[in-house]
Design a protein around this ligand. Structure first.
Ligand SMILES: [Zn+2]
Length: 117
């Protein structure tokens, strides 16, 4: 039985740190070990490739601006619809009369109105 050297990184460790590794958020030491593992491990290298690819897609999607006409349409629709909500919290009052009768009054008012200009 040969013990695994400390410097060698396992698949589970590589996977646990993969996101941080791709974001360059790992320490130089860990980055080095992860890079070595990914380079030598077929499975992890594929995983890193897929993850990197996904990131590139996401980044290009985010960088992409929505077409101005679409933005205007969405904003126009939002401003057309104005939601007014009036919520008054349940108020309860307990009245105790002289003869010992306790009266509890609970009032709840809740109304949501949708206004269109
Ligand atoms: Zn691996």
């Amino acid at each position: 039985m040969s013990a695994t050297p400390d410097s060698e990184c396992s698949c589970s460790e590589a996977r646990a740190h993969l996101e941080a590794f791709l974001d360059h958020e790992c320490s130089a030491d860990l980055t080095e070990r992860l890079a070595q593992h990914v380079a030598s491990c077929d499975h992890c290298s594929r995983l890193a490739d897929a993850e990197t690819h996904l990131r590139q897609i996401l980044r290009s999607r985010c960088a992409e601006q929505a077409p101005p006409e679409l933005r205007a349409r969405v904003l126009g629709r939002l401003s057309m619809m104005r939601v007014t909500s009036q919520v008054s919290v349940t108020s309860s009052s307990v009245t105790s009369s002289a003869d010992g009768t306790v009266t509890r009054t609970t009032t709840t008012t809740r109304s949501i109105r949708i206004e269109r200009d």
